[in-house]
Design a protein around this ligand. Structure first.
Ligand SMILES: NC(=O)c1ccc[n+]([C@@H]2O[C@H](COP(=O)([O-])OP(=O)(O)OC[C@H]3O[C@@H](n4cnc5c(N)ncnc54)[C@H](OP(=O)(O)O)[C@@H]3O)[C@@H](O)[C@H]2O)c1
Length: 373
């Protein structure tokens, strides 16, 4: 059965209705009939995480930067940034985006930082004091080398649930493969699922081989592996090349795309004259941004015909691949609102391919080394 991407007519009125939508580009399903339908086909704004039955919005919001002082926020967290992050949360909910991704290690362990799970929990609680909101939370277990066995997963999860102030989460993911102990971690995930502490289980930064092994091991316990969260954007297409995307499609596992706007580089706001500051400046250098410029110009041109921004175009491009839920990070309300405009329309198949082909001219940036574990 074919996977579906966001339905609806293009936003821009001048676009001919007969343009072939990107949905036609979706790779043929090779999964068996019993494989899960990762994305709903009814045109709603929800996607189902793998075979778990857990529905989340087709686009989520990443909360790594909330409270973080190691990579984001110029190494400082303050009340102004806190207010902006709360604004991002509220604007997301107001825009109908209710899927949030965090991790126990985000904003943890460094002086001046605040744990992202605690912030998300606080934002949810404050919002729920005003009205009832349905929020889906994904968080992650850190496979630190000194953590052994299935018990470590349950212990860490209980810490996360307590910081989040909830009794269960919609998704619990192994943040990266452990150097050892992976089988125990998978057993721990299955224990958490059986105990009702998590509604679905996932992995992150898993190679095709690790993904297949994890899928098989969980299957033996009757637990569906719902998602693999990996670095995926127009300029970081490793999942298309290393077998991960194809394996996700085959097994009915949702691919959750992290850093989907290349940490801001694909928004068009960073230029050779105005590169990002902090650690990102070492990745998205003026030289890299110079090479990126023709692609950004093309994205702007295509976006112009839909009245869409580059950010919305590149997020739509990802969703056009089918079976992909992007989770861009929002630091403030404005950024979160902009993400919502990536939903409800779609690029044509030709546009998707044209962008991919131009992106091939840009040398990929270095990924997170744990992908190669
Ligand atoms: N599983 C993993 O190992 C892993 C690794 C990385 C990330 N993640 C998850 O994926 C999420 C997203 O990834 P990411 O934060 O690395 O990168 P990203 O989503 O590609 O980029 C986020 C950054 O782009 C900028 N931005 C956001 N919206 C914008 C807009 N509308 N216009 C202009 N700039 C905008 C913001 O930074 P500035 O405003 O400072 O430019 C923001 O912090 C994370 O929050 C986290 O939940 C997971």
């Amino acid at each position: 059965m074919a996977l579906q991407v966001a339905g609806g007519a293009p936003h821009h009125l001048g676009v001919p209705r007969r343009r072939q939508r990107c949905a036609a580009l979706r790779p043929p399903r090779v999964a068996s009939e019993s494989a899960a339908k990762p994305v709903e086909e009814d045109g709603s704004n929800k996607a189902v995480l793998g075979g778990s039955g857990v529905a989340v919005t087709k686009l989520g919001i990443g909360a790594w930067s909330w409270g973080d002082t190691t990579y984001w926020n110029d190494f400082q967290w303050d009340d102004r940034k806190l207010k902006a992050a709360k604004g991002a949360f509220d604007a997301s909910v107001d825009s109908g985006i209710t899927f949030f991704d965090t991790a126990e290690v985000y904003g943890a362990g460094v002086s001046g930082a605040i744990n992202s799970e605690s912030l998300l929990g606080r934002f949810i609680k404050e919002r729920q004091q005003k009205e009832k909101v349905e929020v889906a939370i994904a968080t992650k277990f850190a496979a630190l080398p000194w953590r052994f066995g299935r018990g470590s997963v349950l212990a860490a999860l209980k810490g996360s649930l307590s910081r989040l102030g909830v009794s269960s989460v919609e998704s619990y993911q192994l943040h990266w493969p452990g150097i050892w102990g992976n089988e125990g971690y998978l057993d721990g995930l299955a224990d958490a699922y059986e105990q009702g502490l998590v509604k679905s289980v996932g992995v992150s930064n898993y190679s095709e081989k690790r993904l297949r092994d994890a899928y098989d091991r969980l299957k033996q316990r009757g637990v569906p592996l719902a998602s693999n969260q990996v670095n995926y954007s127009l300029i970081y297409r490793n999942p298309e090349e290393n077998g991960v995307k194809a394996a996700c499609d085959e097994l009915g596992i949702t691919l959750i795309a992290y850093s989907p706007i290349a940490q801001g580089a694909l928004t068009g706001k960073y230029t050779p004259e105005n590169p990002p500051t902090g650690p990102r400046g070492r990745i998205y250098t003026p030289e890299f941004l110079t090479k990126l410029q023709p692609l950004i110009n093309k994205i702007k041109e295509i976006g112009g015909s839909y009245d869409k921004t580059p950010t919305q175009v590149v997020l739509n491009w990802l969703m056009c691949q089918g079976n992909v839920v992007p989770i861009p990070g929002a630091k403030n309300a404005e950024q979160a609102r902009e993400f919502a405009g990536a939903l409800g329309w779609s690029l044509t198949g030709d546009e998707v391919e044209e962008m991919r082909s131009m992106a091939r001219e840009v040398k990929p940036v270095m990924g997170f080394p744990v992908e190669r574990l």
